[in-house]
Design a protein around this ligand. Structure first.
Ligand code: ADP
Length: 241
């Protein structure tokens, strides 16, 4: 989160990519793009693109990691070395470990893991292009991939970022807004029930701004959920043809 930069992020109500303050970038979603996975999805928010693949439920090895009364969800978030302009150092770092963990917590509440003792569901989110808001893009992709894998779920999880740039509250931060804006918030929820499963904030906001951002995030999640459902419908319609 950079502060006090000379970069103008909003001019005449328009953002660096031409959007209005509460507009998401173009959202693209496709399921079952990786044949070897039990379920997979590709999700793009503008030029941020994440691929998700899910394997399982499958037996968990080593055995000592098994839980006798429940299954477990394992998640791994990774940014590909080619996902940013300067090649990113390959491999896991502290940031990716933290994001993997919050991704697990964001998705676990909708899974019926207690019905699958001793097994694991493994979910991978690979960011192939990074331009801001990669964790929420990854969560949307994994949520779709879990459905595509046929993992029993109570609901879909939907995620978005909101924040503040040039003094304005904005939805779906791009890389510049993420880097040079005043604040960003990662948010995930079950839109049908109102349950919030991820809330992270970086930067400075007033309580009133936070309340407004939560409203904006909920509205955006409603729109994104429709796209998730459409991606699933499109896949099953195409398969049925
Ligand atoms: P998120 O991607 O979920 O918003 P961050 O706030 O940590 O998470 O990252 C913001 C943005 O900064 C990313 O979307 C990406 O565009 C960029 N970024 C993150 N890590 C790196 C890195 N190692 N090298 C280059 N750019 C990065």
């Amino acid at each position: 989160m950079g502060h006090k930069s000379d970069i103008k992020l909003i001019v005449d109500g328009k953002r660096t990519d031409g959007r209005t303050v509460d507009q998401c970038r173009e959202v693209t979603m496709e399921v079952n793009v990786i044949p070897a996975a039990d379920g997979s999805a590709k999700v793009g928010f503008g030029s941020t693109v994440a691929l998700a693949s899910v394997y399982g439920p499958r037996e968990l090895f080593p055995r000592f990691m098994q839980e006798s009364d429940t299954g477990i969800l394992r998640t791994r978030y990774n940014m590909a070395p080619f996902s940013v302009d300067d090649r990113k150092k390959p491999g896991q770092d502290r940031r990716s470990q933290e994001i993997s963990k919050v991704m697990k917590h964001a998705l676990e509440p909708v899974l019926f893991l207690q019905e699958f003792p001793k097994v694991t569901v493994d979910a991978f989110a690979e960011v192939i292009q990074a331009d801001g808001s990669t964790r929420v893009t990854g969560i949307n992709a994994v949520s779709l991939a879990l459905v595509a894998a046929g993992i029993p779920m109570s609901h879909m999880v939907t995620a978005v970022s909101v924040g503040k740039a040039d003094g304005e509250l904005v939805t779906d931060l791009n890389g510049k807004e993420d880097n040079f804006g005043e604040a960003d918030m990662g948010f995930a929820m079950v839109h049908d029930t109102g349950e919030v499963t991820l809330l992270q904030m970086d930067g400075e906001l007033t309580l009133d701004e936070i309340k407004k951002l939560l409203d904006m995030a909920q509205t955006a999640c409603g729109q994104i959920l429709e796209k998730q459902k459409k991606a699933l419908r499109d896949f099953y319609v195409k398969r049925g043809e």
